[in-house]
Design a protein around this ligand. Structure first.
Ligand SMILES: *[C@@H]1O[C@H](CO)[C@@H](O)[C@H](O)[C@H]1NC(C)=O
Ligand SMILES: *[C@@H]1O[C@H](CO)[C@@H](O)[C@H](O)[C@H]1NC(C)=O
Ligand SMILES: *[C@@H]1O[C@H](CO)[C@@H](O)[C@H](O)[C@H]1NC(C)=O
Ligand SMILES: *[C@@H]1O[C@H](CO)[C@@H](O)[C@H](O)[C@H]1NC(C)=O
Ligand SMILES: *[C@@H]1O[C@H](CO)[C@@H](O)[C@H](O)[C@H]1NC(C)=O
Ligand SMILES: *[C@@H]1O[C@H](CO)[C@@H](O)[C@H](O)[C@H]1NC(C)=O
Ligand SMILES: *[C@@H]1O[C@H](CO)[C@@H](O)[C@H](O)[C@H]1NC(C)=O
Length: 472
């Protein structure tokens, strides 16, 4: 970086008319131009073909794309485009690769070499959010697998391809104030330090999935929505230790990671935002997930990331932050809370959910989008009922599953019970889902059942049959 800035500066003597500041920073960062990209997740049963998807990615003016596998159809479609590509080693392979160089070589040969250089593969990410999974055998194999993949890339002379692994913010034990950023103690020596050493030695990046949405949604009283949405004119936060002033939650979270790395002995590692985004929809009991907020967040993030001169963060000003916005599509097969299935920039039919482009050049404030109605937490009762017209075989399976959880979940729908009649699958499943969810929501149960269940504020109770509800 330093050297390039110097070169740029020398050229300056000749080109007197161009403002020095602008040229200095715009050229010096050419190597890792911010050019935000998009995550192309494929967990949907209704998504367009890769060829259509690549057209949409181009229409976004995305500089990069990240896929969560090495889908050959997608990698072929990306041939001879100018889009930089990030691919992923599946979690299940990590332990095998960590212990077998031949396997690693074979994997790189058939998943990278085969498409390189026509497809501009630039990053191989080993696993996805490994430290957020319960299986700690994979944790210890993570860095060894990264070393093997890197050795294979060197063996095949794929010098432009860097190796990393994206982690979620839960790799930190402390993230506030940002200057106190600290990795989880239980993984610091066993995983994080070897990882940082690898990243530092190979001049790769620390890839982090960073969602101000979830941080805000877990504490909307103390964190202002505008601060999470990167809106201007919100009151900032000053870190009491460093005196650094934060104007949005994203830079605050990123600095927590920088400070954690510094605390672990690696103050100079670069960050790569492996995922960020805001949900355009979600469940009734989820706050702030709306098309409007998603449009505002993503526009502000793009503006933040493409700003010239580069903005960086308060702790690392002017430093490039390469990034991926999550995600290309709303993905209907993602399990969990409703927001998981609503991070798309596009509906599965290829229509844009709101106008957006990733170049940062044509951004206006979003107009004509529906006004959000859920910026405050929902207050009232919610039930969880079966989707009308759901597959009856699957619904029967979900009904017995729900009844098998908790205590006395399905008593009232047994023959002679208060909710037995009407004796229909939809009715019984709806009772079971509501009862299951009301009992177990606190311990993490969701109202989803692979798309067979949906939340409702309309009380389904009937006659003397009272459906259990969640009360917020
Ligand atoms: C390593 O992987 C190769 C290729 O998949 C396989 O043939 C070989 O049996 C593996 N070696 C061990 C020790 O598992
Ligand atoms: C993995 O979990 C087991 C059981 O909880 C524990 O004994 C072990 O120390 C853990 N290993 C790592 C690397 O965290
Ligand atoms: C990180 O890499 C830099 C440059 O290669 C090197 O000077 C530094 O000593 C490394 N840091 C650690 C803690 O190994
Ligand atoms: C921010 O504040 C300035 C000055 O008070 C005002 O001109 C501008 O319209 C405000 N912008 C927004 C988005 O509220
Ligand atoms: C695409 O799907 C969305 C959401 O289901 C719908 O609102 C929109 O009208 C559809 N667009 C087209 C062109 O079918
Ligand atoms: C209904 O669900 C069952 C079990 O999950 C599955 O085997 C079957 O293919 C589904 N039928 C339809 C029409 O989707
Ligand atoms: C069910 O009841 C037993 C005994 O009262 C209790 O230990 C257990 O935690 C309960 N389970 C749930 C899911 O509430």
């Amino acid at each position: 970086m330093k050297q390039q800035q110097q070169q740029t500066h020398n050229k300056m003597g000749l080109i007197l008319l161009i403002p020095l500041f602008y040229l200095l920073f715009s050229l010096s960062s050419a190597e890792i131009a911010p050019k935000p990209g998009v995550c192309y997740g494929q967990l949907g049963n209704n998504l367009p073909q890769p060829s259509t998807s690549i057209k949409l990615i181009k229409s976004l003016k995305a500089g990069r794309v990240k896929i969560y596998d090495t889908n050959p159809k997608i990698l072929k479609q990306l041939k001879n485009t100018n889009i930089q590509v990030s691919v992923m080693v599946p979690n299940e392979l990590i332990t095998f690769i960590a212990n077998n160089q031949t396997l690693s070589n074979n994997w790189v040969r058939s998943n990278i070499l085969r498409f390189y250089p026509k497809t501009k593969i630039r990053y191989v990410l080993v696993g996805n959010e490994i430290l957020s999974l319960p299986d700690n055998v994979t944790w210890t194999n993570l860095v060894p697998a990264m070393r093997r993949i890197r050795r294979s890339l060197t063996f095949f002379k794929l010098k432009k391809v860097k190796v990393g692994t994206p982690l979620a913010m839960d790799c930190l034990e402390v993230s506030f104030p940002p200057s106190s950023g600290k990795f989880r103690l239980s993984v610091t020596d066993s995983v994080i330090k070897p990882l940082l050493q690898f990243v530092n030695r190979t001049k790769s990046f620390f890839f982090i999935d960073v969602y101000p949405y979830f941080a805000w949604a877990s504490d909307p009283v103390n964190i202002k929505l505008g601060y999470a949405l990167l809106e201007p004119n919100v009151s900032g936060y000053t870190d009491p230790v460093t005196g650094l002033m934060y104007t949005n939650l994203l830079e605050q979270m990123l600095d927590a990671v920088y400070f954690a790395m510094k605390r672990a002995g690696y103050p100079d590692i670069r960050l790569f935002i492996a995922e960020t985004g805001w949900p355009n929809g979600g469940d009734i009991d989820q706050i702030g997930a709306s098309i409007y907020n998603a449009a505002v967040y993503n526009r502000n993030v793009i503006k933040f990331l493409t700003q010239k001169p580069l903005r960086g963060t308060p702790h690392k000003p002017f430093v490039a932050l390469p990034s991926f916005v999550f995600s290309l599509y709303n993905e209907n097969e993602k399990p969990g809370l409703g927001t998981e299935r609503h991070f798309g920039l596009f509906y599965p039919n290829g229509s844009g959910i709101y106008p957006i482009d990733l170049s940062g050049k044509t951004l206006e404030y979003p107009k004509g989008l529906p006004v959000p109605t859920n910026n405050e937490p929902y207050k009232g009762k919610i039930w969880c009922v079966a989707v009308r017209g759901a597959n009856t075989t699957a619904l029967g399976g979900a009904l017995s599953y729900a009844c098998g959880q908790g205590n006395g979940t399905c008593g009232p729908i047994k023959q002679g019970g208060k909710c037995f009649k009407p004796d229909s699958l939809w009715w019984h499943a709806s009772y079971a889902f509501s009862s299951y969810w009301a009992q177990l929501r606190e311990s993490g149960a969701t109202c989803y059942f692979d798309g067979l269940a949906v939340q409702t504020t309309k009380n389904p109770s009937f006659g003397s049959c009272k459906f259990p509800s969640v009360t917020l």
